[in-house]
Design a protein around this ligand. Sequence first.
Ligand SMILES: NC(=O)c1ccc[n+]([C@@H]2O[C@H](COP(=O)([O-])OP(=O)(O)OC[C@H]3O[C@@H](n4cnc5c(N)ncnc54)[C@H](O)[C@@H]3O)[C@@H](O)[C@H]2O)c1
Ligand SMILES: [Fe+2]
Length: 462
Amino acid sequence: MASRNRIFDLLRTINVASCQCPAHGYRGNVHVTSATPVKDYAFEMKNSTIRYGLGVTREIGMDLVNFGAKNVCVMTDSNLVSLSPIKSVLESLTKNGINYQVYDKVHVEPTDTSFKDAVRFAKNGKFDSFVAVGGGSVMDTCKAANLYYSDPEADFLDYVNAPIGRGKPVTVQLKPMIAVPTTSGTGSETTGTSIFDFEEIHAKTGISHAALRPHLAIIDPLHTLTLPQTVSNYSGFDVFCHALESFTAIPYNERGPAPSNPALRPTYQGSNPISDVWARFCLQVIQKYFTRSVYKGDDIEARSSMHLASTMAGVGIGNAGVHLCHGLAYPIAGNVKTFVAKDYGTEPIIPHGLSVVVTAPAVFRFTAASDPEKHLEAANLLGANTTGKKLADAGAVLSDVILKYMDAMKIENGLSELGYSSDDVPNLVKGALPQQRLLQLTPLPQSEEDLTKLLEDSLTVY
Ligand SMILES: NC(=O)c1ccc[n+]([C@@H]2O[C@H](COP(=O)([O-])OP(=O)(O)OC[C@H]3O[C@@H](n4cnc5c(N)ncnc54)[C@H](O)[C@@H]3O)[C@@H](O)[C@H]2O)c1
Ligand SMILES: [Fe+2]
């Protein structure tokens, strides 16, 4: 069994340019020319088909009929299985004469073991399509189940991102998948990414390929009405950081080199004028509705708006990418010790949105120097009064407004409340270093010392 250190060393020594994960641009055999500009000069935008509307879940049975589906694998988790989102999906399937089997054992924050259990369930059935009803955990599990169902001979590591796995590009035809998100957070319904905790190395990794992207995302804000306050809160901070990180990521034309073939242009391309539109929209929605959506569970206007923002941020990050908060979050979540989050089951888990936002004040103080105007604009969109503020204060202004939201939403006071001390920082840095694709989207280069300081500054935040 490979040791954790060996895997990290391997990850670091492998040049990121060799990454064959299609989320990072590899799409099979392509013609490569030799003359490439040092910086990129173009960007492109991709996403799932999205349908948004109050009550639109009622159409899902008709969609499946349109796909020619006869026997559907419906995936959810043990909590959602008795709630209204799944009931409305099954009702529509029944009404349209679609047979289905329900798998309700999705693990919240899935692991390789839980993925394999879902794959086993799928392989024991005879399915022609997949439906995911849940948050990122359910959607990601369903993407993996669809993949290994469609390629039954594949070894699990074949498709896992290299170098942990073999990063094999997906060439098999997957079954149609419909995603029905029930949290306002990950945006997984728009992406070809499936994230899991690889237990052996205590770090998150994933499977990424355009083929995993759901055929259709049904965004029905009615489902958010059953969201507990804690989930609304933590997943809302995932949207918050998706918007802020994609907005402040390195600009697409500063990232390089330009690909020698358009098929090699990475999915995560850096900030660009289109993803900036998504990000600005999300930051404005957050200012207006985030607090209401957390504290007033029946506020359909606020919850609908956050649900749409979550999908829009998903499209933004699916193309522009995220950077340091997410890069640092993977080891923070992967090394969890005893922290148990209310409404996330009984196992120790640092929910994704919490693991991401906890370093945000330090991260944006650090990145502000790259583009102080844009950091001030972000702060302004989040509600800070930026009149008369100096560019030199941009980091402090943005970090202050982030802290205001964290305080208002009673976010834990830094990594120390999540069970970490300064003794853990070197290990967390070690876990962050392999996340090169995210670190390279950061608008400023960062050293190991910088990462250490960011984590130390995040031990207590208020
Ligand atoms: N694939 C991607 O692009 C992507 C992006 C970001 C994060 N992720 C991953 O997504 C996972 C987190 O997903 P999440 O934040 O959406 O939460 P989740 O799916 O883990 O769900 C969290 C909890 O909320 C409950 N819940 C969900 N919707 C509910 C509803 N409507 N009513 C009542 N309870 C509900 C669930 O049962 C669960 O207990 C992590 O594993 C993370 O790494 C994936
Ligand atoms: Fe995220």
